[in-house]
Design a protein around this ligand. Structure first.
Ligand code: C2E
Ligand code: MG
Ligand code: MG
Ligand code: MG
Length: 285
């Protein structure tokens, strides 16, 4: 198939782009009913204290077991779910599942301190009027303390956020729910803005962790991370790092003062039972 590109010039259609469009179309029609068909599932990735390696909690990461395409990562369908509005019921389902899972870990391990559960929130969920009420109901139903929950919001979702957007986050924060700023350092970080946000945790983007891979690490990146950590701590914020893949990175980030870490070096995202297998849960419990 060739399509006219104006005038007498012709452009061959890109077969790969066509295949992508077809896939996209297939996903678009299957997505709205996938929730009812029970095709979504959650993998959990532990968050570890950099100081002693004990588990601090886990992040819930949604996947779609598509009948034809197999397991699809969130990058394949979250943008679509956001455009179609499915993200609201899907996000609520993830929260419900993850909170229930966290409660069951706690019961099983009888920990003194709470095992935390991190759940990602999309910008559409922030503007949805049911966010606070749904979250309260989900926590109550599962019997999980609000301070065991951390909601991750990307920095870009809060750029230029006015009070109407921040109000539900403030309400949740007042209840004891932690708010984390995800992928921190990738957007147009306005550090002065941080004071205005009800945020307790900065999740430093993987790009910083990646630059710790070289030895010696890029001195400018080291300075930047050092600066972010010291600013965060002076504002009483904790710093989590994503994408830690090597022991050397973990050590470097620990020296730089980061609090918790997440990455393949500790564990890939996996089924909830994996947290038991890691037997990391028992380290403090
Ligand atoms: P995120 O919240 O920044 O999650 C971290 C991503 O980094 C995850 O990708 C995780 O699997 C990956 N990761 C963890 N450790 C490593 C590592 O050591 N190396 C590398 N290369 N990658 C690592 P994933 O699971 O594909 O999720 C991608 C994004 O999709 C998430 O980024 C989050 O923004 C979004 N997402 C996932 N689940 C949900 C959800 O339930 N709701 C919403 N709204 N978004 C979600
Ligand atoms: Mg996240
Ligand atoms: Mg992140
Ligand atoms: Mg990320």
């Amino acid at each position: 198939r060739a399509k006219s590109a104006g005038g007498n010039r012709f452009e061959l259609a890109d077969p790969e782009a066509d295949a992508r469009a077809i896939t996209r179309h297939g996903l678009t029609t299957a997505l709205p009913t996938a929730l009812d068909r029970g095709e979504f599932f959650i993998e959990y990735q532990p968050l570890v204290h950099l100081g002693d390696g004990t588990v601090h909690g886990a992040e819930a990461l949604v996947r779609w077991l598509h009948p034809q395409h197999g397991v699809l990562g969130p990058d394949r369908f979250i943008p679509l779910a956001e455009r179609t509005g499915l993200i609201v019921p899907l996000g609520r389902w993830v929260l419900e599942e993850a909170v229930r899972q966290a409660r069951s870990w706690q019961e099983r391990h009888d920990r003194s301190g709470p095992l935390r559960i991190n759940v990602n929130l999309s910008p559409c969920q922030l503007t949805h009027p049911g966010l606070v009420a749904d979250t309260v109901a989900i926590l109550e139903q599962a019997g999980l303390e609000p301070d065991a929950l951390c909601l991750e919001v990307t920095e870009s979702a809060l750029i230029g956020a006015d009070d109407s957007l921040l109000k539900p986050l403030r309400r949740l924060a007042e209840m004891g729910v932690d708010i984390a700023l995800d992928d921190f350092g990738t957007g147009y970080s306005n550090l002065a803005n941080l004071r205005r946000l009800p945020v307790r945790v900065l999740k430093l983007d993987r790009s910083f962790t990646q630059s710790m891979q070289q030895y010696p690490a890029d001195p400018v990146d080291l300075k930047i991370v050092e600066g972010i950590v010291s600013l965060a701590h002076s504002l009483d914020l904790a710093v989590t790092v994503e994408g830690v893949e090597t022991g050397a990175q973990a050590e470097q980030l620990r020296i730089l003062g980061c609090d918790t870490a997440q990455g393949w070096y500790y564990a890939r995202p996996g089924p909830p039972e994996r947290l038991h297998e890691l037997s990391l849960l028992d380290a403090t419990g």
